[in-house]
Design a protein around this ligand. Structure first.
Ligand code: ATP
Ligand code: MG
Length: 179
């Protein structure tokens, strides 16, 4: 039996300085998988396997593939390492290939906006991927500080605004909630 494909795949951006961008994209992934779609998430600037979504995908969600292209350590905005840049470029090459092949219905490029803001990759390269993506592929770009070129090229842009975050009350990252 053939599986469903989207008639019209669009480009979505989740940006802003509040919490909820990566988790919004994972919510979309869950919804898509429920309808029989296949999801590929590429996480830029992340290298730790200690994320609940990675463990959940491996154990329970064969239709959700998560690949990371970053180091475990934080990237310095002013002075990224050569490896940070190389991994971001490699991530973009993987994304380009996965999107053009069209096997995955929903492709999430997690933290790609941050990678652009940190100048690890070029907006022109991302715009090229957006322009040439197959019609049926839904593309989601997450991360703070989405550049204007990218939000202009997108069909849907949601900005998550920081109103309150427990971090500022001294609550550090919690397993199962922040990672
Ligand atoms: P989440 O992964 O929880 O959906 P996010 O993708 O919106 O968050 P990022 O900008 O990617 O947020 O932030 C990375 C980490 O910092 C995540 O663990 C996130 O939960 C946490 N975080 C998000 N917003 C804030 C904030 N305003 N202050 C402190 N920590 C935050
Ligand atoms: Mg995030």
């Amino acid at each position: 039996m053939s599986r469903p494909r989207l008639n019209q795949g669009l480009v979505q951006v989740y940006t802003g300085n509040g919490k909820g961008k990566t988790t919004a994209s994972l919510g979309l992934a869950l919804r898509a998988i429920g309808h029989g779609y296949k999801v590929f998430m590429l996480q830029f600037m992340k290298g730790s396997k200690d994320y609940g979504e990675i463990q959940a995908a491996e154990k329970y969600l064969p239709n959700l593939i998560i690949v990371q292209s970053g180091l475990e350590t934080f990237v310095s905005r002013d002075n990224p390492s050569r490896t940070d840049i190389e991994l971001a470029i490699q991530g973009l090459n993987t994304a380009r290939k996965v999107i053009s092949e069209g096997h995955y219905d929903l492709v999430i490029l997690d933290e790609i906006n941050t990678a652009l803001d940190f100048n690890l990759i070029e907006p022109g390269d991302v715009l090229e991927i957006i322009k040439s993506k197959p019609c049926h592929v839904e593309l989601v770009l997450t991360g703070r500080y989405a550049p204007k070129e990218i939000t202009e090229a997108a069909d849907l842009v949601s900005e998550v605004t920081l109103v309150k975050h427990p971090y500022y009350q001294g609550v550090t990252a919690r397993e199962g909630i922040e990672y």
